[in-house]
Design a protein around this ligand. Sequence first.
Ligand SMILES: [Zn+2]
Length: 202
Amino acid sequence: MGSVSKARPRSGKEIDSIAYKVIESFQGNTLKMITSFDVEGFFEFELKNQTGIEPIPQRLPDGLDGYTDSETMKCFISLNLMEYGECDVTRRRLRATQAHEIGHCFLHVEDARRNRDFQQKFLNDKKSSLEMYRPQDIKIYENPEWQAWRFASALLMPEICFMTAVNSDWTKKKIKLAFDVNPSFIDVRLQELKISKHLKNG
Ligand SMILES: [Zn+2]
């Protein structure tokens, strides 16, 4: 794999607004109340309509949760994640992974197809975690992985709904259940939106 090519620079706010348009197109009431976005349904039934990219559940190598291939216009999700059974943590990781890959589909695939220098595959695994990118090579807002994670946060926890929950003194547990996300995802969203308030675990 080697290094990752730069994506078109985008601010967090810009990525959030792209995610909100996706939400509105599929489940507009998500922005009017605090509820979870049906990311599984969007991935399975709507992604291809809107992007031309085909969602494919597939057995993937250990540690690889999903990837998007801009050349073949296919988006793969690990079957291991999809077979979550009774495990909410795995199911929520599936939701986050789908949201992340949807981010690549909306933010990067078109540019990748236009620009041959751009990386063709966006791998979602431990090896391509943010740490592997040397900051001197690529700025965070040009990093396609950072952008796709920001998109995932916004898709699953739109700012307006998230702020309502935080300002209503919801506990972390209540927020987790309402948006159907793992707690680490909530911490990331707090940082992204520069909220210093400490949430009770409760
Ligand atoms: Zn990725």
